[in-house]
Design a protein around this ligand. Sequence first.
Ligand code: HEM
Length: 419
Amino acid sequence: MTAIPKDKALDSTLSFLREGYHFLPQRRKRHHSDIFQMRLMGEKAVCLSGEEGAALFYNQEHFQREGALPRRILTTLMGQGGVQTLDDAAHQHRKALFMSLMTPGSLHQYSTLVAENWRAYLRRWEQLEQVELFPEVEEVLCRAACAWAGVPFEEKDIKPLARDLSAMIDAFGGVGPRHAKGKLARHRAERWVGKMIDNVRAGKQYAVEGKALHAISWHRELDGKLLSTHVAGVELLNLIRPIVAIGHYVVFEALALHEHPRCAEMLRNGPAQYPEWFTQEVRRLYPFTPLLGARVRADFEWHGYRFRKGTLTLLDVHGINHDERHWEHPHLFRPERFRDWNGSPFNFIPQGGGDYAHNHRCAGEWLTIETMKTAAVLLATSMAYDVPEQDLSVDMTRMPTLPASGFIIRNVRAAATAV
Ligand code: HEM
């Protein structure tokens, strides 16, 4: 049996919070190994990196999700009883509900809603002296998300809802006030969607068949029962919250266009696949999900290493997207690299790996890609703007992170040649 390389620190929780996205990749380098162990939040954690490590992590014979997510994530980002916490048949059944909403027609509908709402906001941005792109894009996405999901809203609801969904996302790497804000936001949002679901079930609220609100309200578990109001609300938020999270990637798209003006020209006049390559490279290069967690189902051995039942196991998501064994000059922004990407489900995992139906890979990955393609083309072709002097640095120790200024633009004009 080979010993798993061990971190010397008594507990690495504080280092994780201090080092952020660098935490696991730096330790992989330090140990010269795709497997190493440490203590995190008072317990032993085995960390896996590399394509082979990802393939192992997604092997459900060996790993389960039950009991893997810390309470602080369940009470803010994800909610309790959601699809992320399920395994086996219960997971597959719930996941099928999500995937049934991701048809090509439905994705197209969402992108169209994004473009329509973006253009409406653009008319307002033209009147403003300056615009902070991040909160504005979150609002655009939130409006489009509610319309797409069949969630009714009043005009006055959108700003606070977008802020609450944003606070839940922002809480995942935060402690103290950030965590408290995320928890309160979840509490409010769960109450709001819970009431809506009860009203749909009581016939007091119309829900459009085929849209998320209807599908989730009437979804039956394997035992034939409807989801509890609470879990149904958690799942509805599992759709509209992460759509708002795409705002982070859209701001990184704006940053990439600012830093690589050649890409804007390619989006306007390059090959038809260019928006997809650009989107993929933004998802690869810029940080979002740092890591994922699972627990060992039963003792097993892998390459001579022993995994013991119940052990917390972490996957180095950010490190795998920057692994120099798969990505030449991984820290350079090169959309064309995706022309030749081999499509492996384990070497490019910004939204998880493996397969959609059986693994926990992100149910909204296709929707994210379509939204980002739409936003990239809108930024490059439908509007012109100036990027004034500001702090565009991206703090890699903060999770999640963004350009410090939120990306400020000025002198916004709708482009004459808008698509
Ligand atoms: C799961 C990231 C957008 C819905 C996940 C996972 C990650 C992720 C890392 C976990 C994978 C795993 O545990 O193996 C992201 C990022 C997004 C995004 C970075 C964009 C910024 C979306 C969107 C939706 C969505 C737009 C829905 C419209 C879900 C759901 C799951 C999930 C339902 C749970 C899947 C399961 O447990 O089987 N996402 N996601 N996500 N995501 Fe996303």
